[in-house]
Design a protein around this ligand. Sequence first.
Ligand SMILES: [Zn+2]
Length: 283
Amino acid sequence: MTKLIDIDSEIFRGAPRVNLSRRAIVTGLAAGTVFPFITNCTTNPATGRSQFVMFGDEQVASMAASAWTDMKSQTPVTANSTLKNRVLHVWERTLHGAEGKGDIAAGQNWDVAVFDTDDVNAFVMPGNKVGVYRGITELTENDDQLSAVLGHETGHVVGRHAAERLSITTLAQAGLAVGQIAITQSETLSKYGNEIGALGGAAMQFGVILPYSRAHELEADKLGVDYMHQAGYDVKQSIRLWDLMDAQSKGQRPPEFMSTHPDPAHRADELRNYINAKGYAIV
Ligand SMILES: [Zn+2]
């Protein structure tokens, strides 16, 4: 089996598919029932970013629930209690650093699974589910780096990335014409509007969805550093984490442009700038 070296590349592999036919979407659009977001893009209070989300949190969580159950039944969970306790401890401390951001609040229940495979990966699913693979815990040299991974996952939650991504994927199914309406409403998408116009349908794959996803990864990295800092972890270790990921993935990853994830070296550079700008440390 190919070893995954990328944070949260599993999220959407087993994730919900929305089976709305193009016809149903277009009909719903005409009736104003399917895409109320076109006039109602929301601003995420935690990030200040304009977002395009057509599914409610509960809706997305119920769609993710079966994917989570499947994943837990198909992937072995670690029997190593030391490892499990380490992950839980770092998770709880990092999550505490994010309290008050977005929907993260004290006293919430989270289902955390530590999977016993070599994959260098971790993910979060709607409905407070977190998956961490043994492989990524073994890559990390200390708890600060593990906190960088888990802070990143928490960043996806606060950023409401799953709902936004599910929405844009559904939108892509509905077709480009509808897409162009929403593009003007979303900050992330508007950056790519010209390319979409020029390239047509292919841009929905390579011009919108991929950069959109990379923008999410970078946003999650930065939010994660905020939570690490708040939790008292060493934020500089987030840069080291991406250096380690880079070293592990040499020769195993496609060029950055074609990947759904930013190049690790690029992520490290972005984090360096962010940590300096925030004054968390001098790096
Ligand atoms: Zn991610």
